[in-house]
Design a binder for this molecule. Structure first.
Ligand SMILES: C[S@@+](CC[C@H](N)C(=O)[O-])C[C@H]1O[C@@H](n2cnc3c(N)ncnc32)[C@H](O)[C@@H]1O
Length: 227
């Protein structure tokens, strides 16, 4: 699988093949979308509404992810896979101003997309329901997107996550940045705790220059996969 993905991620003409692999993911992701929609209905558009513990942690994740933009005067475009109610746009917009040319958020949960659209009227922002980015961008991000696996079998989940990452990297002109849980703190059922070495090797395998960050006080890590 890894070899196939390496070839696919490097060759945009085979993007349709990747989408076909992702096409088998909806069954896997249906319970995840349901859980997030339910959570939003319960808590509203706030960190707890996307299963984060609090706003400080959500913001810290964004700060770490946004390191990938340092030194780029812009303007640039952004993909956010697993955008939830659009909190990353809220974070980036005041910090980047005109450097942000476009922000395309994608989420599997319909209520998240409805909420993002209702909250954010900025013409640079679009929010689309889906499980893969529908357009190319200079930078792509995924914050917490792969954390909740629920009943998925581990091998099946890893296969899906790697396919999704390869697709998103294929959509990214400059870099992809994403985070995952380490689980060295407290392990909870239904969450996916990822081995960072595995994903560093995976990103190198699809041709990325990889930087790794774990220097922040959350039980997580972040990978920057640059071209
Ligand atoms: C932990 S929440 C984080 C939301 C947002 N990134 C933030 O930090 O505020 C994860 C989000 O990813 C979405 N999600 C999970 N898997 C996805 C996929 N394959 N494609 C698109 N969205 C996905 C969920 O519906 C949920 O809104």
């Amino acid at each position: 699988m890894g070899e196939v993905l390496t070839r696919m991620a490097g060759d945009r003409s085979t993007r349709d093949d990747l989408i076909a692999v992702l096409g088998r993911a909806p069954d896997l992701l249906k319970p995840v979308a349901f859980a997030f929609d339910h959570r939003l209905a319960e808590w509203g558009a706030c960190a707890r509404g996307v299963y984060w513990r609090n706003e400080d942690g959500q913001k810290l994740r964004f700060e770490v992810l946004a390191r990938v933009l340092e030194g780029d005067a812009g303007p640039f475009t952004v993909n956010d896979l697993g955008c939830g109610y659009g909190a990353f746009f809220d974070f980036l917009e005041p910090r980047l101003g005109d450097r942000l040319a476009r922000f395309a958020g994608t989420d599997i949960a319909p209520a998240m997309i409805a909420e993002a659209r209702a909250r954010i009227a900025d013409p640079r922002a679009v929010f689309v329901r889906g499980l893969a980015a529908g357009e190319d961008a200079d930078y792509s991000f995924a914050s917490g997107t792969f954390n909740m696996c629920l009943e998925a079998k581990p091998a099946e989940w890893i296969d899906y996550v790697e396919t999704s990452l390869a697709h998103l990297y294929g959509r990214s002109r400059r870099a992809l940045a994403f985070n995952m849980l380490t689980g060295s703190d407290k392990v909870r059922q239904g969450l996916y705790y990822a081995n960072p070495e595995r994903f560093i090797a995976f990103c190198q395998g699809i041709g990325a220059r990889v930087q790794f960050a774990t220097d922040y006080p959350l039980d997580e890590w972040t990978i920057f996969a640059r071209r």
